[in-house]
Design a protein around this ligand. Structure first.
Ligand code: ME8
Length: 508
């Protein structure tokens, strides 16, 4: 049995969820659904909310709420989004939960025991928005004031603080990256991280005293544990590790999927903290790119956040999932515009896939009373069938390598071929000429191809894929990729269901 652990970042509850959060969760969902459909694999899939820190405390104040009351409210919005996006997570963690606080304290105490933490004084720049410390060389000066390269405000902090001996881990980290070539993906990000670490690491301030909303440092309650140590530890809390080693195997096969903005925390601080606490780093960090809105950075000040709920309401969930997954290469940045969204879903989902299924099944309904006319061994046009089965082995490694758009490209190129097949075979003409045996063959072949295509599409557009399988009367409860072959094919004489419209067309 293979155990796999997939995680999204835990999202800050200072604001409502937007398209970027939806994107990461969908990307993780594809992988989770995919692995669940591979043989002998068990998947744990975690998402959740990051509820401590100065940023959240300030947001609660602005909303005139007590922090706990505020985080309870906003966390619910993220949980709802998870449900609306049809995310198949097995757990949802909140950093205000007891199980999490317990693990954070445990990790902290391990670091203290191993002399990896000391008390000192922090004096330097801090960004509340990023909840991150910056060195002056990382900042730029605009109108006489320092800010981050992204234009985020920083403020000068001077306070007593605990420090983590990050500087001691520079060489160990470089050795670790060297030995674990696939730890950071894509490789361009790996190079970025390595050059950052080679430039030298300073000890990391890991406690704050100027606000309250967080987990208190054990035995020193005027200090709150730095929100990033708190947040990163969520990945352990959810599997009750290292308190119990029952889930160690999941941990050894853990994949953190994140946005490129938080790579430094995951690829540098996190493995260093874990090694310092004598724990194993996760198996892999995958950093995806950034979505912009019609070429502009999504930001509060521009008030241009894209609301996934509005898009789902207007166009449908699978349409949104499909666009986000198909439009960009995972790892690169993407630009959202409603125009390109509509164009993409019209051409691929409504025309290419939906229309093909619709016209095939309408013919079956009208002329064969919805009964599958032939069995596989009676079909002569084996090439198109074999190409369809082969698609499974083409797509699998692409998903495992995070090449989702290439996987979808292969699937939809193949659907093009199926469209060509029906156009060449012209079953409507055979029917007109009363040559029902030729039409039987074309339609039975296509139905078998739809079965395979629909199963391959489950990780990407689960609702629509299941709708197709329901129409074809395919039991997908225990279906997996290894079963996508001739042995489990369509059955002659079986009645399928009436086809419903799958993907509407929208005005371009
Ligand atoms: O950073 N494009 O939370 P956060 C793509 N709590 N992805 C985007 C995006 C965009 N425009 N905007 C946000 C935090 N994201 C911490 C994480 S984890 C231990 C703690 C996604 O609410 C992307 O995954 O700011 C990014 O990394 C994450 O949301 C940041 O979410």
């Amino acid at each position: 049995m293979r155990n796999i652990y997939i995680t999204t970042p835990i999202y800050y509850v200072n604001d409502n969820p937007h398209i970027g959060h939806a994107y990461t969760s969908i990307v993780c969902d594809v992988l989770s659904r995919y692995y669940k459909m591979t043989k002998n694999t068990s998947v744990k899939f975690l998402t959740g909310t990051d509820e401590h820190g100065q940023k959240v405390e300030n947001a609660a104040k602005i909303n005139d709420k007590k922090p706990q009351e505020f985080v309870d409210l906003v966390s619910k919005n993220f949980k709802n989004l998870t449900e609306i996006l049809n995310i198949s997570n097995s757990d949802f963690i909140r950093t205000t939960e007891l199980r999490h606080k317990k693990t954070v304290k445990l990790v902290w105490n391990k670091l203290v025991e191993r002399k990896q933490i000391y008390l000192g004084k922090y004096e330097g720049w801090y960004s509340i928005k990023d909840e991150a410390f910056y060195q002056e060389k990382e900042l730029i000066k605009v109108d006489g004031k320092f800010q981050t390269q992204d234009g985020t405000k920083v403020e000068w902090l001077k306070e007593e603080s605990y420090f983590f001996k990050l500087s001691n881990w520079q060489n160990k980290l470089l050795e670790f990256y060297d030995k674990n070539i696939n730890f950071i993906k894509p490789s361009s990000r790996r190079n970025e991280v390595i050059s950052f670490v080679k430039n030298g690491l300073r000890d990391l301030s890991v406690s704050r005293t100027s606000f309250n909303w967080g987990i208190k440092v054990p035995n020193h309650s005027s200090h709150v544990i730095y929100v990033w140590i708190d947040a990163l530890t969520n990945y352990l809390s959810a599997i009750n590790y290292p308190e119990s080693f029952e889930n160690e195997d999941y941990w050894r096969n853990s994949i953190h999927i994140i946005g490129k903005d938080i790579l430094k925390f995951h690829a540098i601080y996190w493995p260093a903290i874990l090694m310092a606490a004598d724990l194993t780093p996760p198996k892999q960090i995958f950093a995806h790119g950034w979505w912009t809105n019609e070429g502009k950075k999504i930001s509060k000040s521009l008030n241009n956040s894209i609301d996934p709920l509005r898009l789902i309401d207007k166009y449908g969930l699978d349409q949104l999932r499909y666009f986000l997954l198909r439009e960009v290469t995972l790892g690169q940045d993407g630009d959202f515009s409603e125009k390109s969204f509509i164009k993409r879903i019209n051409s691929d989902l409504a025309n290419n896939l939906g229309n093909l299924i619709q016209r095939t099944l309408k013919l079956l309904e009208k002329h064969f009373d919805n009964i599958i006319p032939l069995k596989i061994s009676e079909l002569k046009n084996v090439k198109i069938l074999l190409d369809t089965y082969k698609l499974v082995t083409t797509v699998q490694p692409k998903i495992e390598n995070f090449e989702y758009n290439k996987a979808l490209e292969s699937i939809f190129n193949h659907i093009d071929q199926l469209n060509q097949f029906i156009d060449n075979e012209k079953p409507w003409e055979s029917i007109k000429k009363n040559d029902l045996s030729k039409a039987s063959e074309t339609l039975s072949t296509l139905i078998e191809c739809f079965r395979v295509i629909a199963v391959i599409l489950i990780p990407f557009i689960p609702d629509s894929a299941k709708k197709i399988l329901d129409t074809l009367n395919v039991d997908y409860a225990n279906i997996n990729f290894d079963k996508l072959n001739i042995k489990f094919c369509i059955k002659k004489g079986e009645k399928i269901n009436k086809v419903e419209k799958l993907f509407p067309r929208y005005d371009e």
